[in-house]
Design a protein around this ligand. Structure first.
Ligand code: NAD
Length: 499
């Protein structure tokens, strides 16, 4: 049992999914309460946005240092409400620290006015300036409650916006802990506010006439609803949605590395990662060898509670546990072969533990192949030709991440270019997410817009293109009145310059 919504008291009761113990009660904010927070953020916007880029960076540097100082407290909060292993909790702090470091160092450079060329108009000057949008509503999911909240928040703040966050109802405590740590670091209360609650609270943030942008991370189904509302309101929105990422392994790949990467990429965080390896597409000639290697690797992996020396924890909440169990059941019923796991781990009956699972003999109509599983499950299919591998990989409505494995770099790059996804790795998995200089986001039903990097930071701004006349001469050739002479002159210019 996890995350109970109590309609009567308008509260969420949160349960540790690994132990079944109650850990907190937080309020579900209604429309009026959300609007109160949004208006506070709106009132504070002129103060925060007037700070120089360097001043904002200084605030965020303090936050970075405080997060590192309070790492143990944070990891404890994250692991208790998600059932993650301690290492998966530490990975959250490490990732946010690296992104914060980038935002603090590069933010002032990428958000200041940027000169642009004026082409043939040498007597003009041009630049682009980046202005904060106002109040940004950040809506986050439960699978990486720290990364997926802190990430958008610090980018939005660096760009000069104020923020109201709606954390997942499954993991509100991590965001509340972040707010506590931000207070210790001196981040003003009204620059970054937290609205706890469920989908209704999130909807209120989206529908508010006083939020100027939404940055949403979550499922494609919810993303679609939010996009509809934002479309109607013409409100800018970033959508970071689901995935069903392929891992294409060619016959010349380093199979040992690929097997280790597949396990970590698919099973870490109990597979509850938007860019998790979900579909392994392997050349038929190396299939048997790969299965042998992956089974050997799996033997070394222990599952258990977060303080223990283990690699895999529990699922984060009941609903996700049921979805994964249903995918495994559907695969079994349709004739798949379960070569490892495939069941609840009965050593921990108070918690939501699913054994790391490897499934072969997979068919296109199995849920485990066509829908996002979001659990500790790897499904494997074989291919014969490069074209077939690409076709299988692209046969999904999603397009988030993926990987191509081959020692032939030219082939790997050629294949990567043909995979329809926002991000992709060659001979690696997942780690692209922590490379702050790479934009992150999906194509197709995996979303729109980008976070991180220069492009991500600028996504939290309104771009203003500015043209300046340099010499203040009395008139321009193309101004009134037109004459035969001027027309002839422009014809000649056009021929000389562009003909
Ligand atoms: P979800 O869509 O159920 O919920 C996400 C958030 O939206 C929660 O805070 C929820 O309360 C809120 N919400 C629900 N209905 C809403 C509405 N109508 N209006 C506004 N807000 C609403 O997703 P989830 O189960 O929390 O997260 C898992 C999903 O997130 C997976 O599909 C995963 O792939 C995706 N995800 C994507 C990325 C990415 O960067 N692309 C990262 C992590 C997770």
């Amino acid at each position: 049992m996890t995350t109970i919504i109590q309609e009567k008291t308008q509260e969420i009761i949160n349960i540790n999914p690994a132990t079944g113990e109650e850990i907190s009660k937080v309020p579900i904010l209604d429309k009026e309460q959300v609007e109160e927070l949004v208006l506070r953020a709106k009132k504070y916007f002129p103060i925060w946005s007037k700070l120089t880029l360097k001043e904002r960076a200084r605030y965020l540097k303090k936050l970075q240092k405080q997060i590192v100082k309070d790492m143990d407290e944070l990891v404890d909060t994250i692991c208790k409400e998600t059932g993650k292993t301690e290492m998966d909790g530490i990975v959250e702090i490490f990732t946010v620290s690296e992104h914060l470091n980038y935002v603090v160092k590069k933010g002032p450079k990428y958000l200041k006015d940027e000169p642009r060329s004026t082409g043939i108009f040498v007597h003009k000057k041009a630049y682009v300036s980046y202005h904060p949008k106002g109040v940004v509503g950040v809506i986050s999911p439960w699978n990486y409650p720290f990364i997926l909240t802190a990430g958008p928040v610090v980018q939005a703040l660096m760009a000069g916006n104020t923020v109201v966050v709606k954390p997942s109802e499954v993991t509100p405590n991590t965001t509340l802990k972040l707010r506590e740590i931000a207070t210790r670091a001196g981040i003003p209360e009204d620059a970054f506010l937290v609205a706890t609650g469920d989908g209704r609270t999130g909807a209120a943030l989206v529908e508010s006439l006083n939020t100027d942008m939404i940055c949403f991370t979550g499922s494609t189904a919810t993303g679609r609803k939010i996009a509809e509302v934002c479309g109607r309101m013409l409100k800018p929105v970033i959508l970071e949605l689901g995935g069903k990422d392929p891992m294409i392994i060619f016959e010349d790949a380093n199979l040992k590395r690929a097997a280790k990467a597949a396990l970590w990429g698919g099973i870490s965080n109990s597979g509850q990662t938007c860019i998790a390896v979900e579909r392994i597409i392997i050349h038929e000639s190396v299939y048997n060898k790969f299965i042998e290697l992956i089974k050997q690797e799996l033997e070394q992996i222990k599952q258990g509670y977060y303080k223990d020396d283990v690699s895999v924890g529990s699922m984060a909440f009941e609903k996700q546990f049921q979805i994964v169990m249903d995918h495994i059941k559907d695969a079994k019923e349709k004739g798949a072969q379960i070569i490892a796991g495939g069941e609840r781990n009965e050593a921990f009956m108070n918690g939501l533990f699913i054994k790391p699972t490897i499934i072969t003999n997979v068919k296109d109509d199995m849920k485990v192949w066509k829908d996002e599983t979001f659990g500790p499950v790897l499904a494997i299919k074989t291919f014969k030709t490069e074209e077939e591998a690409i076709e299988i990989a692209n046969k999904t409505p999603y397009g988030l991440n993926g990987s191509v494995w081959s020692k032939n770099k030219k082939r790997a790059q050629r294949v990567a270019r043909q995979i329809k996804s926002g991000t992709i790795c060659i001979n690696d998995v997942l780690i692209n997410y922590i490379i702050s200089d790479l934009p992150f986001g999906g194509v197709k039903e995996s979303g729109m817009g980008r976070v991180y990097s220069k492009e991500g930071l600028r996504a939290f701004t309104d771009m203003q293109s500015v043209l300046v006349d340099r010499f203040n001469i009395p008139f321009e050739l193309w101004w009134f009145p037109y004459s035969k002479k001027i027309k002839q002159l422009f014809k000649t210019f056009t021929k000389i310059l562009f003909g």
